[in-house]
Design a protein around this ligand. Structure first.
Ligand code: GAL
Length: 463
């Protein structure tokens, strides 16, 4: 047997046996084909823009939907000599471009009013959702319901969408503080079809004068959610209450006799004595409700039942997803299993969603991976440039839901957009799970990217 020297190692053609030579040739051919394919995916058009045609990157039917992204050239001079010296300049990261108001890419994610979803447009009976476009209410004003959630009210057979009204100037309280808008209050919109929304006004207002009040305009009110208490007949709102530096880290509670308010603010608490930042509440089929909140500097989530009147937490609570640094929880239930979508903790910047599942709401919770499907890789790794806030059940379509997310615009928070997409539970989970040796016991949760979509007729409640 001949010994291979160093040179032979790097050259596929220096081989002694004919078979080894032909294997190398086949490998070479495959590599060439792959390279040609790669170049056909990413090419420059005549405007010098880099065109990533994700339809070629598709792995499912959803991916085959035409989805193109034009990434503008990085700004600044680029002399051929400079290019030779330093090599091609690294493209700015897609997320930075997305956040940079002056970038062309930014405008693509926040299209202007011309393309707005407008229920009053003549002949507009389309009921199409266009994630990321400006969405107008029945009076023609942009909907202001960020970090929101939806309540279906059985008594009025109406959907109510509650969310942060951020229709004020964006500023930084100090150099290191996150971009913010003063508390204006919680908006409420009503709808029969989940598409055409009527403004019901601000149902819980910010406090203008008393600087010690939790709702003083200089504080933070985020992620309001409302559930109905069948026993007390009250609508109960829970929300994240904080100061501009996010050190108060509490939850606030408010109540009303009507879904359209006004809500009376009761108090803020630190649930179970712990910090609470991003949060949500979930009402189970048996009428029991739960609070889920990010705690311990957002390193873990806590979950605990509310007491019967929903105005406080019961004494019991559990730590879940410990050390995982998740926030923006959105819970839903299907066929007895609890599911939760969360985001990573990167402030207003988008990041990868994860879906978790549990047999019992109190845990243990298992992580199933990224539910986002379609669009392209960048879309999937940024939750379609958005962050989870709520999941709406569709009673006529078992296993189908609407995933609600916020596409934040930290440069101008009032112009943040809504990304609503179909979510389905079905099929086998495709990522190994943590506690059961990789045998998936949960169904797959998929959130599908669509530039335009609408609900099928059967979605409505069948009573
Ligand atoms: C995010 C959070 C938002 C808001 C933001 C402020 O992490 O999900 O609700 O608090 O930070 O930077």
């Amino acid at each position: 047997m001949r010994m291979r020297n160093k040179n032979q190692k790097s050259s596929a053609f220096h081989c002694s046996a004919g078979t080894r030579c032909s294997v190398s040739l086949v490998l070479c051919l495959v590599a060439c084909i792959l390279m040609v394919h790669f170049y056909s995916l990413i090419h420059q058009n005549d405007k010098g823009e880099i065109h990533i045609d994700s339809s070629h990157l598709s792995v499912t039917r959803e991916l085959e939907e035409e989805e193109s992204l034009y990434l503008p050239r990085p700004r600044g001079k680029k002399s051929p000599r400079a290019l030779k010296r330093r090599g091609p300049r690294k493209l700015p990261s897609m997320v930075n471009e997305f956040l940079d108001e002056s970038s062309e890419l930014h405008a693509l994610f926040f299209p202007d009013r011309k393309s707005a979803i407008d229920p009053n447009k003549k002949g507009n009976d389309s009921r199409f959702y266009y994630p990321g476009r400006l969405w107008l209410d029945t009076e023609g004003n942009p909907i202001q319901a960020h970090g929101g959630g939806i309540l279906f009210d059985e008594r009025t057979e109406t959907y109510y969408w509650y969310g942060e009204n951020k229709d004020g100037p964006t500023y930084h309280a100090h150099q290191k503080a996150a971009a913010r808008v003063d508390i204006i209050g919680v908006s409420c919109y009503s709808s029969k079809d989940l598409w055409e929304w009527t403004n019901e006004g601000i149902v819980l207002s910010g406090e203008g004068t008393n600087a010690t009040h939790d709702l003083h305009v200089s504080n933070v009110l985020e992620r309001p959610k409302v559930i109905y208490n069948d026993k007390s007949g009250q609508y109960v709102m829970w929300m994240h209450i904080d100061d501009a530096n996010y050190t108060k880290a509490s939850v606030g509670v408010a109540v009303s006799d009507s879904p359209t308010g006004p809500f009376s603010y009761l108090y803020r608490i630190r649930p179970h004595g712990f910090e609470s930042r991003d949060m949500t509440i979930f009402k189970d089929d048996d009428g029991k409700a739960y609070l889920i909140y990010s705690s311990e500097s957002n390193s873990e989530l806590h979950i605990g039942p509310l007491i019967d009147d929903y105005l406080n937490v019961a004494r019991v609570g559990r730590r879940i997803l410990v050390g995982r640094h998740r926030e923006a929880p959105a819970l839903f239930k299907y066929e007895g299993t609890y599911y939760m979508i969360t985001s990573g903790c990167t402030g207003w910047a988008p990041n990868r969603a994860l879906v978790h599942a549990a047999e019992s709401i109190m845990g243990p919770w298992e992580t199933m991976g990224n539910p986002c499907v379609g669009g392209n890789k960048i879309f999937r790794s940024t939750t379609f440039f958005a962050q989870s806030t709520f999941v709406v059940p569709l009673p006529g379509l078992p296993g189908s839901f609407i995933f609600m997310a916020d596409r934040w615009k930290p440069a101008e928070l009032r112009d943040s957009r809504y990304v609503w997409l179909p979510l389905t539970v079905g099929g086998v989970a495709d990522e190994p799970l943590e506690y059961n040796f990789g045998f998936p016991s949960w169904s797959r949760v998929s959130i599908y990217w669509h530039r335009r979509w609408r609900l099928p007729e059967e979605w409505r409640r069948t009573t």
